[in-house]
Write a protein that binds this ligand. Sequence first.
Ligand code: NAD
Length: 251
Amino acid sequence: MMTVEEFAAKIRESNEIVIFTGAGISTESGIPDFRSPGGLWSRYRPVTFQEFMGSEAARIEAWKRRLETYEAHKNARPNIGHYFVQSLDQKGKLIGLITQNVDGLHSEAGLEDNKIVELHGNNRRIVCLQCDKFFEPEEVIKRLVGDFSSPKCDACGGILKSATVSFGQAMPQAAMQQAQEWSELAAVFMVMGSSLQVQPAASFPVFAKRNGALLAIINREPTPLDEYADFVHHGAIGEFCGRFGEMIADG
Ligand code: NAD
């Protein structure tokens, strides 16, 4: 296993870095993850895509949960972890960022869209599942008052849903392909804040490593791929990026 100094030297010399982020990079912005104690999974089982499509009650339940987290998500701002990724791009070191997150905070930190693959979509947009028309969340959320029914498209009457990928829903093909290509090109593949338990997303680090990339994992808790990695740090992303950002500053 590499030391942090050795890993910093690799980052300083490499211009072929791919970053892979999960919910853990956004907890310090006030958005809970799924699998930490107190995370969303300890409170709710997710509404699957099949349930959402098949039942008005499930749709209402999903929108009620969205209402509950809406203000926190809307007010969340990027943190040092998101800015760390953006700074690698500014230095010309980043091939791309693959994220499982739907919160849009990497974009808000200033990373260009063509450097971001959102494997699970984005909750800052709402889409009609019938005609693909997009809606601003604000516009749809304000319809959810009292004993509301699930919102429908004003153009075609279709079912509206967050532009995110639910459990049971097909992965976006273009995003999967771009993630695969970047993973193949990576000289360094760095995971930040993912439990690496959700497939197919967790297959990218394995794929990158098999293609010769150095694999680094920064996460508060152990992951199933720690033994396979070249560098592992167990701790908070904010604290790590503060120190590590200084170590690579002259690179
Ligand atoms: P996860 O919840 O499975 O795992 C998050 C990991 O991050 C955990 O292992 C935890 O120990 C670690 N972690 C939490 N805070 C940390 C911190 N400050 N520093 C270092 N590590 C920290 O998340 P996942 O792997 O992304 O998978 C969950 C799924 O849920 C994803 O598919 C994602 O789409 C979705 N999700 C997204 C958001 C978001 O957009 N912010 C939030 C919750 C869930």
